[in-house]
Design a protein around this ligand. Sequence first.
Ligand SMILES: Cc1cc2nc3c(=O)[nH]c(=O)nc-3n(C[C@H](O)[C@H](O)[C@H](O)COP(=O)(O)OP(=O)(O)OC[C@H]3O[C@@H](n4cnc5c(N)ncnc54)[C@H](O)[C@@H]3O)c2cc1C
Length: 321
Amino acid sequence: MTVTEETLERLAAIPSLQVSTATPLSRYTRFGIGGPADVFAQTAVAEAFLAAMEVARSSGLDYTVIGAGTNLIVADQGFPGIVLRFVADRLLAAGNHVIAEAGAVLQDLVDFTVARGLKGLETLAGIPGWVGAAVYGNAGAYGHSISEIVHRVRFVDDGRVRVFGNGECDFRYRESIFKEHKDWVILSTELILAPADAQALSRTAADILKVRNEKFPPTMKCAGSIFKNFLLANLPPEVAARVPPPVIREGKVPAAWFLEQVGAKGMRRGDIQIASYHANLIYNDGAGTARDLCALIGELKVRVRERFGIEVEEEVQYVGL
Ligand SMILES: Cc1cc2nc3c(=O)[nH]c(=O)nc-3n(C[C@H](O)[C@H](O)[C@H](O)COP(=O)(O)OP(=O)(O)OC[C@H]3O[C@@H](n4cnc5c(N)ncnc54)[C@H](O)[C@@H]3O)c2cc1C
């Protein structure tokens, strides 16, 4: 389905919606990879966002929602349809309850809560991206994830605004119900955090940020870890038995360990490079393409399957692929 003049006119008529056409998505992904979106539209106003979704639905166009693009691989051909961003970014606190809109930068939310002496997000310091996607993918680090403090999530389902409590979100390691319903769009989340000493939280966050910046230089064109780690309990016993105990952290086996065993470190295809110091870190070292990136990912999956009989599963999300 191609975008018609009529569809563009309907989108242009929505107040507060910024609309562009043939928009290069490489500008909106940290990998710096991705062809054009037929239409790119963003707004900080929920009504305008809902109206844009309704235009997409009624015109039969595919749509997808992105955040800061730090966990995306976008096709070199781009996305044939509408790419939407909900950029509302307010943060509100009342006691130990915090409401964060989906377009708020996760680090801003970390700083906001730490400054108020609210514990629960300090170990997520330095995770790039926005709040909406953090809830969608249950972002986390250092043994904690955002699901531990999510109280409620407000989202759009088929033009209706709905609210789920934590239990209904079906959070698991890097998973939530929102990953199973890619047409749902998170608008905001309400968090409940525990009071704690602001200075101690701030020190924890600063220490973590320092380690992260060494591992993932802020200018590196990457998506963090490409593959999810494995829960030890989910590995076949004969595979778990091959993993050296010191490798196991917080009940997980890093995907990087399996990747390292199959020679991933330092592999390269075109301008796509696997870090020499981290087998689960792939970056764009110049003019990399989604084609080379996907080929490299495919090769790693085959190597791990052949050597260990297990499937490494992408944490990164695909658009147009
Ligand atoms: C250097 C680096 C380090 C990282 N380290 C970590 C880490 O330690 N832990 C971790 O968990 N992640 C990590 N990540 C991955 C990434 O930061 C997270 O996945 C982040 O939550 C993605 O946010 P984003 O706004 O960039 O989302 P995007 O990449 O834009 O989108 C990711 C997914 O979220 C969906 N989405 C976005 N917004 C919404 C919304 N409002 N409603 C519904 N769905 C939505 C998109 O459709 C897409 O499928 C790292 C990434 C990088 C680049």
